[in-house]
Design a protein around this ligand. Structure first.
Ligand SMILES: *C/C=C(C)/C=C/C=C(C)/C=C/C1=C(C)CCCC1(C)C
Length: 236
């Protein structure tokens, strides 16, 4: 089956499922961004920043997907640099969402965000070092896993979770629970992709990129929808 995708020299029609997922990813992220931006009108003032940030996350991803497809289609190599620039911008924004969603209904100390940011930078820094060969792939994997574990600890047991437990707002608590699920179950797709790409006995860049693209779809658009749903419900 030909997917009729242009490569960099404007040559058409090669069967390239990875390019196809980048292509669909660009469209989906764009559509999601437009949706979240327009839905700002349907949300109360306290929730507006959360929904705005969901729009920014998907917008930033759309632009990166556009470039990543190009790199893949013209070289057949993983667009690791664009991938990690995207993650370095969007994952901290996802972490800010925990702060913002709680802040919609109560006062939250900034330390909650800073600890999540530290975990994020460690997770992505070691992941990048492992993927680019600056560090042994397995060592990078386990150090990145430690960063992820730190994030999970903060939102399950740390200050963020205690603030959430003390709230009376079911919309926020419902969203918090769904966001927890994203960061644990949804995010687990990334280390699985990394493992298959770098550790399962031989790098397979095609599988790696398809898995990462699927994970982004769930964890950027899905995550945004969770927040949007809570925002709309709580604004009524
Ligand atoms: C929008 C982009 C998101 C939500 C990206 C999330 C990325 C991760 C959760 C990556 C995690 C990794 C590990 C836990 C270990 C192996 C290396 C990584 C960076 C793939």
């Amino acid at each position: 089956m030909d997917l009729f995708l242009l490569d960099a020299s404007m040559q058409i029609a090669k069967t390239d499922y990875v390019s196809f997922t980048f292509f669909v990813g660009t469209m989906a992220m764009m559509a999601a961004a437009v949706f979240f931006f327009l839905e700002l009108n349907n949300t109360s003032k306290e929730w507006r920043t959360s929904v705005l940030v969901s729009g920014l996350i998907t917008f930033i991803a759309a632009v990166h997907y556009f470039y990543m497809r190009d790199v893949w289609a013209s070289s057949g190599e993983s667009p690791t640099e664009f991938r990690y620039i995207d993650w370095l911008l969007t994952v901290p924004l996802l972490m800010i969402e925990f702060y913002l969603v709680l802040s919609a209904v109560t006062k939250v100390p900034a330390g909650v965000f800073w600890r999540l940011l530290v975990g994020t930078v460690a997770m992505l820094g070691f992941g990048y070092a492992g993927e680019t060969g600056m560090m042994n792939a397995s060592v990078g994997f386990w150090l990145a896993m430690a960063g992820w574990a730190f994030i999970i600890w903060e939102i399950f047991k740390g200050e963020a979770s205690q603030i959430n437990a003390g709230l009376a707002n079911t919309n926020v608590q419902g969203a918090y629970k769904a966001m927890l699920l994203c960061v644990t179950v949804g995010w687990s797709i990334y280390p699985i992709g990394y493992f298959m790409g770098y550790m399962g006995g031989g790098a397979d860049p095609a599988t790696l990129n398809i898995v990462y693209n699927l994970a982004d779809f769930v964890n950027k658009i899905g995550f945004g929808v969770i927040i949007w749903a809570a925002a709309v419900a709580d604004s009524e």
